[in-house]
Design a protein around this ligand. Structure first.
Ligand code: UDP
Length: 417
């Protein structure tokens, strides 16, 4: 198949860990690569966010990235990109010319708008089947962030509109299906395909980064408040009270687009909190780390904590599991599918630092439990979350969209709905 992906703000070529560069970048890159390996031809269209970027970049065999001029050729926060979606669609449609792809797949709601616009232009004489992965939903974001949600007002009606107009939706977890249904989207056209993990990069065997203290707790991700890193800092005093004071909390990510930690307001807030709680000496801010260094850092941890308020999917827990490390996970969104309570990690209620502290104490005092959860996590990641498997599920959704036949919600084989 000839596949076009649109990922307006999240380029598969970007560095990770900045405010707007995380899971979606990894997802689009890895899915495209896996589809290309399966014999498809994949072009990812993304917005040009730096003047020096070449128009076309060949990433691998049958996989290329095309930078489209749409708005200023510099970083623009994703919540300010809506006005440029028309230009993005024009650029994509021009690139297709008279040779449209077999399917177009939008990532995030604004790319969905551009994908629909490019796919359904009467003057072209074709209608390209369109699939959508939302990655995050405005309804969920607003529920959790309230007035702090910086999404444009229009998201409230445009996002459900994308859902209704798309030929198929690919949800990344079962929780998302219920949210989509509540938005008025017919479940008959929803397939479930989760994110995957790169098993060639993330595995239990390999080098282990050095650690300065007896125990290491790890937090990885974009440093934005909803990721709940403050909750992990707040858990440290509980650990101390339980007798675990030789513990380091390593925080990977942050530093905004410049990568500078000192100018990142969230780093300042978290540093202030750690000082206030008297645990500043236990907290290390590592900043952004390249993918190649991540596995060694995961392996050096006794546990990885993912404590978001909400989480559309969450690739970090999968990476931790693949590296054989137990995960303490807030029981929200995609984390409820990926992390199995008392099998590959421990679930905690959302926004509950005391529960995080208790879960971590249980793990730190029990090396056998850590080892068995780690082994089970590794097995689960390997057997269920390879990108090849995710690409195969995605391919099925493409075939359904291309055939124009909604055939009921299609769960990933073996996935609970
Ligand atoms: N990541 C990274 N370096 C960093 C911070 C994050 O490589 O400094 C990667 C991390 O390993 C994961 C992704 O960014 O692959 C974050 O994805 P996730 O789905 O957990 O969160 P999102 O950013 O989508 O909210």
């Amino acid at each position: 198949m000839k596949i076009a992906m649109i990922s307006e703000h999240a380029s598969p070529l970007a560095a990770l860990g900045g405010v707007d560069a995380g899971g979606q970048n990894v997802h689009v890159a890895a899915l495209s690569e896996a589809l290309a390996k399966r014999g498809h031809h994949v072009t990812v269209y993304t917005r040009r966010d730096a003047a020096e970027l070449p128009r076309r970049v060949r990433v691998g065999r049958r996989f290329e990235v095309v930078h489209i001029d749409a708005g200023p050729a510099r970083h623009v926060p994703k919540d300010e990109l809506l006005p440029y979606m028309g230009e993005l669609a024009d650029g994509v449609a021009r690139d297709w010319g008279r040779r449209p792809p077999d399917v177009v797949h939008g990532h995030f709601w604004m790319s969905g708008l551009a994908a629909l616009d490019a796919a359904r232009r009467p003057e072209t004489g074709y209608r390209v089947p369109m699939l959508q992965t939302f990655h995050a939903l405005g309804t969920v974001k607003r529920r959790h962030q309230g007035a702090e949600d910086t999404s444009p007002e229009e998201r409230q009606w445009l996002e459900p509109g994308v859902g209704r107009a798309a030929d198929r939706i690919i949800a990344t977890c079962s929780d998302e299906v219920f949210e989509l249904k509540a938005m008025g989207i017919a479940t008959g056209k929803i397939s479930i395909a989760p994110c995957g993990v790169d098993l060639n990069v993330f595995g239990a065997a390999g080098p282990v980064a050095a650690r300065p203290r007896r125990h290491r707790i790890l937090s990885v991700g974009r440093l934005v408040p909803r990721k709940g890193v403050d909750l992990v800092i707040r858990a440290l005093p509980y650990l101390k009270a339980a007798g675990f004071d030789d513990v380091e909390l390593l925080i990977v990510g942050g530093g905004g687009d410049t990568g500078s930690l000192d100018s990142d307001p969230e780093v300042r807030r978290l540093r202030g909190l750690a000082a206030e709680l008297g645990v500043a000496d236990q907290v290390t801010f590592q900043g952004q780390v390249s993918r190649s260094e991540m596995p060694g850092i995961f392996r050096s941890a006794d546990a990885v904590v993912c404590a978001p308020w909400y989480e559309p999917f969450g690739i970090v827990p999968l990476e931790a599991m693949a590296c054989g490390v137990p995960v303490v996970a807030a029981a929200v969104g995609g984390l409820r599918d990926t992390v199995v309570d008392h099998a590959t990690g421990l679930h905690v209620p959302p926004r509950d630092p005391e529960a995080i502290g208790s879960a971590l104490s249980l793990l730190l005092e029990n090396p056998d439990l850590r080892a068995s959860l780690g082994r089970a996590g590794e097995k689960r990641a390997r057997t269920r979350y390879s990108w090849d498997r995710v690409a195969a599920e995605t391919e099925k959704a493409y075939q359904l969209a291309a055939a124009g036949s909604p055939a009921g919600v299609i769960p990933m084989e073996g996935a609970a709905l």
